[in-house]
Design a protein around this ligand. Sequence first.
Ligand SMILES: [Zn+2]
Length: 318
Amino acid sequence: MSRYPWQAPIWRSLQQAKGHNHLHHALLFSGEEGCGNEVFIQALANSLLCLTPATDGSACGQCRSCQVFAAQAHPDFMSVTLLEDKQSILIEQIRELNYFLGLSRSYSPCRVVIIYPAERMNVNAANSLLKSLEEPAANTHILLLTAHPALLLPTIRSRCQAIRLPLPTHQQAREWLSQQILQHPLEQLLETALGRPLTALELDSTDTLTQRAQWLAHLTQCMQGQGSITEISAHWEKSDKQQLLDWQLTWLLTLLKQASSDGAEPVTSELGYLRTLLNSNQILRMYDKLLELKKLSTHPLNSRLFIESMLILWQEQH
Ligand SMILES: [Zn+2]
């Protein structure tokens, strides 16, 4: 199980803590989705269970522990996640976990559990986990992973050591993506994915970039007083409103950065034209207005009207 380059520093510090026997029994990892964090904690679990880890702590991949881990049949490992069709992690799952922690070990020097997405534990499930966090069984590692740490109960957070998993730098994300086989331009993928490389790779196999380019073309038409707002709204009626809004906000932010960096920062070709149509004040104003609209986007409003109101904002810049 390979980790990602941007995770190297945090991996080293965890392995050092383990080497000094200082690894907290409950670790709460938080970090953005789309950055390989699930892979990271799987690799950590694998390494903690491995009988003969490498000098950097990586699992050997050969020992009997690694073999059963790879077969997803490790008797000292348990992963708790959302069951199919369920919105939360249930108390029954945590009870099973508590029972598991009470068993004697069979293969490895320790027992490891992963809970992900940890913020999805419902209140009963979270309360049921407290005892295992407070009075951990010997040689036990509880690894929680979440993209939304603020949604966890404070009682859970306070019993864990919090570890923030990093976003890759732009350079790291670029380097990693450039080693993948891509159909779309790398920079556009990365921008659309808000800098998250694994999300960018996923986007590459969808028609999202085409959709996005078409949406931009339609907005530009509105700004130029071309195209019918009614027809364009009808076209996008069934699309994800949040997504359409987020694209616009990302574009405006890129243009804003570009305007303030005196042209030093490159703008993707798709935005070059938009830039010629808007001055800095207009960009800021549009950004604020769209943010206002975003607050409404989760309400069950008429979808077509909502999209019309976005288009009208652009038309008003005409
Ligand atoms: Zn091993």
